[in-house]
Design a protein around this ligand. Structure first.
Ligand code: PEP
Ligand code: MG
Length: 371
């Protein structure tokens, strides 16, 4: 079939404007590239609520990232970081320019590092093939080394392994490089006379001391970059609430954060004890049999997960009333979850660009039905 890009429909635009005049929740986008950010703004996004930086470590940058992870000497690691820095700086500059001064939450790298390495099975097959058929192959020693490293990094449960802020204790250089790139990109955009509002988000925190340790070091990096650039930019550090302990101790965590973003994908998986990656095999049966009223990975489980969110908001606001609160899990684009976010007093929801019109409408419906 011949296709054409969707165009704006006047009636829908009018409906969206009415919705915007009623809603209290702001609507941001989960966007990782300038293209996604452009699409989000067209659809009415008021900022980025989640820029997942790990996507910037894939594609043609993968070999560089592999060098970084597999480096045996500190000098090799810093050389790889030095090469990544300008690329990351360009990424952030592009996003900041597109966002034109709108708040932009950038999450520091989150997934387990072995996700950037080749699969152990593929490597093993290739090593065995070469050992049997071409033992003199010059490729063999490098592949054997790579296999050793991949095995050394193997985790039994990677989703609960070296993720989020935990990476910062083992490989502090990666997040330092990211913050250098974020702040120097922000300085450059500021020097061009444009507005910029970076919010640097430290993921998968469980204890306030993790956040404190990481943030203190990254604050120094940010200050140093601004001194070198001879310009100040407004930036802030915040965190995600995505582990049950973080939610239960939100009051303590709030002392070290300027904002919280509820990562309800991880929060849901950890509260239910259901692995996100494996839920597909059984969750459907739970819904079909009426064991769960809805799929909790799509719509916030308000009695369980929602209760903990509310508790953490109440505790955090007692300590820091001005704390900025939002959501960036998949639930941020689900109308019922959006109504819940409105009720518990969040400031914004963040969802994929295509769901922004739905979020704007749902936020207005929530405001009107609670008026
Ligand atoms: C979340 O956990 O809700 C989240 C937004 O982070 P990710 O899905 O990348 O783990
Ligand atoms: Mg998460």
């Amino acid at each position: 079939l011949e296709t054409e890009p969707a165009t704006a429909i006047e009636e829908i635009s009018a409906l969206m404007e009415w919705a915007d005049s009623f809603r209290k929740l702001k609507v941001r986008a989960n966007a990782d590239t300038p293209d996604q950010a452009t699409e989000a703004i067209k659809l009415g996004a008021e900022g980025i609520g989640l820029c997942r930086t790990e996507h910037m470590f894939l594609g043609d940058r993968a070999p560089l990232v592999q060098r970084l992870i597999l480096a045996e000497e500190e000098t090799e690691r810093s050389a790889a970081l030095d090469e990544l820095l300008p690329l990351q700086r360009q990424d952030f500059e592009g996003i900041f320019k597109t966002m034109g001064g709108r708040p932009t939450t950038i999450r520091l790298i989150d997934p387990p590092l072995h996700e950037f390495l080749p699969s152990e099975t593929d490597l093993l097959a290739e090593v065995i093939r070469l050992e049997c058929n071409e033992p003199e192959s010059p490729k063999l020693p490098a592949l054997q080394n790579m296999l050793r490293s991949v095995r050394a990094m193997h985790e039994a449960n990677p989703m609960l392994g070296l993720r989020g802020c935990r990476l910062s204790f083992i490989f502090p250089g990666i997040v330092q490089m990211q913050v250098t790139a974020i702040i120097s990109a922000a300085c450059k955009v500021r020097k061009e006379g444009l507005g910029v509002e970076p919010e640097i988000m430290i993921p998968l925190v469980s204890h306030v001391n993790e956040l404190k340790w990481v943030k203190e070091r990254l604050e120094q990096t940010a200050q140093q970059v601004m001194q070198e650039e001879k310009i100040e930019v407004d930036y802030s550090f915040g965190t995600m609430i995505e582990t049950p302990r973080a939610a239960l101790t939100a009051g303590e965590i709030a002392t070290e954060a300027s904002f919280f973003s509820f990562g309800t994908n991880d929060l849901t998986q950890m509260i239910f004890g259901i692995s996100r990656d494996d839920a597909g095999t059984f969750l459907r049966h739970y819904i079909d049999e009426g064991i769960l009223p809805d799929d909790p990975t799509e719509s916030i489980d308000q009695t369980g997960v929602g209760r903990l969110i509310k508790l953490s908001i109440d505790d955090a606001r007692k300590i820091k009333p001005e704390l900025k609160l939002g959501i960036c899990g998949e639930h941020g684009g689900d109308p019922r979850s959006i109504a819940f976010c409105h009720t518990v007093g969040m400031e914004y929801v963040s969802c994929s660009p295509k769901r922004i019109p739905i979020a704007r409408l749902a936020a207005a419906q929530a405001a009107l039905s609670s008026a």
